[in-house]
Design a protein around this ligand. Sequence first.
Ligand code: GLA
Length: 390
Amino acid sequence: MLQQLKSDFIKIFGGHENVKAFFAPGRVNLIGEHTDYNGGHVFPCALSVGTYVIARRREDTKVRLYSTNFEEIGVIEVDLEDLAYNEKHDWANYPKGVLKIFKDQGLEIENGFDVLFFGNIPNGAGLSSSASIELATSVMLNTLFDLGVEMVDMVKYSQKAENEYIGVSCGIMDQFAIGMGKTNHAILLDCDTLKYEYSPVELGEATLVIANTNKRRGLADSKYNERRSECERALADLQTELAISSLGDLTITEFEKNKDLIKNEIDRKRAEHAVYENERTKNAVVSLKQGNIKGFGELMNQSHISLRDLYEVTGTELDALVESAWNEEGVIGSRMTGAGFGGCTVSIVENSAVERFIENVGKTYSERTGLQADFYIVSVGNGASEITLS
Ligand code: GLA
């Protein structure tokens, strides 16, 4: 496939020399949802699908971008000096945003480049195809221009591009998982301090299965920002009495003792989710380390219930997939993953039950929703890096 991408690159941009290749994965979060921007813990891992980039530095200041996923859009050309957001540039605003943030940091990028993108993450599925493009762009810039930026800073710049250039107020989970991912490991990340540890994804005789609702998220981004504001309001109410800087600072006991400070009932529900989900995530990682996969699965189920009833970000499609998964024999745990409102679920399924799971859950799902689900067996891959192009 890489050779095919290289020949596509040459066909579009000409020349054979000095072409480099890069890869950034997608991500799936195993537990710890809507906790990152609340200063809590998350437990995501990198996927083996992702974004491939073929690129070459230019002598002038032109930047030419092409994606084989959006052939109809063709080559987009901009100048290093004109990197303003442009709606017409569609997908290319992601790499442009990262480039702009890198330059704003004072990193020396004096030359342009030609770049081809190809992604095999299902689009709009909540597996972070956008963060994947951002990190692929970051490692490309870092290598082409010999910038010497640490991965954790590339993660922060990519998040900044998403927040400030694209205008989505996401937390740091996606970019972190994609930048720092490690084969067969998930990352327990404290989003407040950015302290992290890798934990092997060892599931015994079971495997991770992603199910895609194939429901486009639509209004999700505005709802996402609404949830953030609700949590911010809850925090402000708690801060009238407590010296905390995020909801992630609270234990369950402290929350229960002080929750009446939160005036609005909806805000209180959101905060309850954030606090309990943070505890659940830490406990889930302990269970996994002890080889207690059942315990881990049970916490995944509780996570979904909380996202459904307290945080209210699931919706008919995600609930249909998860609830039918819960009814299947051999399912150890199942929950929505990512922002919600559509996108994907992640389940731990015993190897011997996977085939039946896909058939039965797929059938029930289309009966309940009229939509067709897609299923993928997860293999946990590495974070973003240059790859060899022989
Ligand atoms: C999206 C955001 C992340 C995180 C999740 C919810 O994926 O990009 O930062 O908030 O939603 O856990």
